[in-house]
Write a protein that binds this ligand. Structure first.
Ligand code: HSE
Length: 428
């Protein structure tokens, strides 16, 4: 017998609209292939022009959230409002009424999944969020149902399309940050206020969700070391290219005997690394497991229909599984007390100094690095730019402690020899 499942959609923005159209347009297809009749019973959005544009019938337009959660024909509530305020309030109301929630909201899940899951468990309903991370790429289902045989030791992701677009443009066209950002805004990738993306918050929320799942322990977003791309220069991207590197904003999670390290920052990777060819607004997540070795998932991390694909996949999952799937780790507000987080990371570094072009400079610089315990792999002096008195000196280091680099760069800055213009981590 075919199962009938009623859904409501809260918020008809880009993702909500894509979800509405996907569910309506594919209703027959899901009936045929999944044996489930998914009916959009109700849509909540104040924007009447948008409701009209999407062709939502009058009888499906809800007047309030109270009306939605009181409707017994609704089994699943899809939240595509975003942010934590109203979205969280509405999700809590739905869960308290025993309605399974499907959400695309990374900030809410990263900050509040412990609270929301507790309410869901109490009311015997589900909380699913495939669409919260990496849009159409099924990374959450892969972590839960595809690679669970493994100890995942490493995860490296390009999980934000806006910043990947900006860095790609800076690398390919030599554009400066502001020009590339304006282009990303004109194309609708970057928002008018791009802070969330360019300062790495979006990637941080996603990394906290994904690393909690990959490492089976709560990784609060506050544990993620975060640096954005606003101070990246086209000059460093171009010089990095000469050394065989490509610059990406990476979300990195590592789980070793030293503990868990989670960080989001601009990173040079070798041009031969699979992530190096992930360009424009595309996303990818590279995973390393003890049995699996490595895999990479690649696709569109944003946009109406790629993200709707993930939302609807959760709706179908919830509609076709009687057993509810909750977190595979203890989902608390904070990490377990026995989990150690590493803050003095080991990494190789690209460092650009500007120095006087005179005898003894190289010896002084290498002396500072040597005294701080930093081993140099390569050192190269670039030509003097017109009107400059100093020259760029590029240093690539072996893997070293973060603190050793901080000591060395502070010493250089305090000395007469020159100053530090850029410090970028390098991952192999
Ligand atoms: N703003 C995000 C990005 C998409 O640029 O990838 C939604 O997470």
């Amino acid at each position: 017998m075919k199962k009938r499942v009623g859904v409501a959609i809260l918020g008809l923005g880009v993702v909500g609209g894509g979800t509405y159209r996907t569910l309506v347009d594919h209703r027959e297809f899901y009936l045929k292939t999944q044996n489930v009749d998914i009916v959009v019973e109700s849509v909540l959005d104040k924007n009447t022009a948008r409701l009209k544009e999407l062709g939502v019938p009058q009888e499906c337009i809800a007047g309030s959230i109270a009306e939605v959660v009181a409707n017994p024909a609704i089994d699943i509530v899809i939240e595509t409002i975003g942010g934590v305020g109203v979205a969280k309030e509405f999700v809590m109301m739905a869960l308290k009424e025993g309605k399974t929630v499907v959400t695309a909201n990374k900030e809410m899940i990263s900050k509040c999944s412990h609270e929301l899951e507790r309410i869901a468990k109490r009311n015997c309903c589900g909380l699913y969020y495939e669409a919260s991370c990496v849009g159409g790429v099924p990374i959450i289902r892969t972590l839960l149902d595809g690679v669970q045989a493994n100890h995942i030791t490493e995860m490296m992701g390009i999980v934000n399309g806006t910043t990947n677009y900006i860095l790609t443009k800076m690398g390919q066209d030599g554009a400066d940050y502001q020009t590339a950002l304006k282009e990303a805004q004109a194309l609708g990738y970057a928002e008018f206020d791009p802070t969330n993306d360019v300062e790495g918050f979006d990637s941080t929320y996603k990394l906290s969700i994904l690393s909690s799942m990959a490492f089976h322990t709560k990784v609060p977003y506050t544990k993620v070391h975060r640096e954005g791309i606003t101070s990246v220069s086209a000059m460093d991207i171009a010089i990095g290219k000469e050394f065989g590197y490509v610059l990406k904003l990476l979300a990195i999670g590592k789980n070793s005997e030293k503990g868990i390290e989670v960080r989001v920052h601009p990173t040079f990777i070798p041009a031969s690394h699979p992530l190096a060819s992930v360009n424009d607004a595309y996303n990818a997540v590279y995973l390393r497991g003890d049995a699996l070795d490595d895999i990479m998932l690649y696709g569109k991390g944003a946009g109406a229909f790629p993200t709707a694909s993930a939302v609807v996949s959760d709706v179908i999952y919830a509609a076709t599984h009687s057993e509810i799937k909750y977190s595979t780790f203890k989902n608390n507000a904070t990490a377990d007390s026995d989990v150690k987080f590493v803050s003095d990371f080991d990494s190789a570094y690209y460092i650009r100094l500007s120095v006087e072009d005179k005898a003894g400079t190289l010896a002084k610089v290498s002396n500072v690095f040597g005294k701080c315990g930093v081993s140099i792999v390569e050192i190269a002096q670039k030509s003097k730019a017109e009107g400059e008195t100093r020259v760029p000196l590029i240093i690539i280091t072996h893997k070293t402690h973060e603190q050793a680099i901080k000591n060395a760069t502070a010493k250089i800055n305090a000395s007469e020899v020159g100053c530090v213009e850029a410090v970028i981590r390098v991952e192999a």
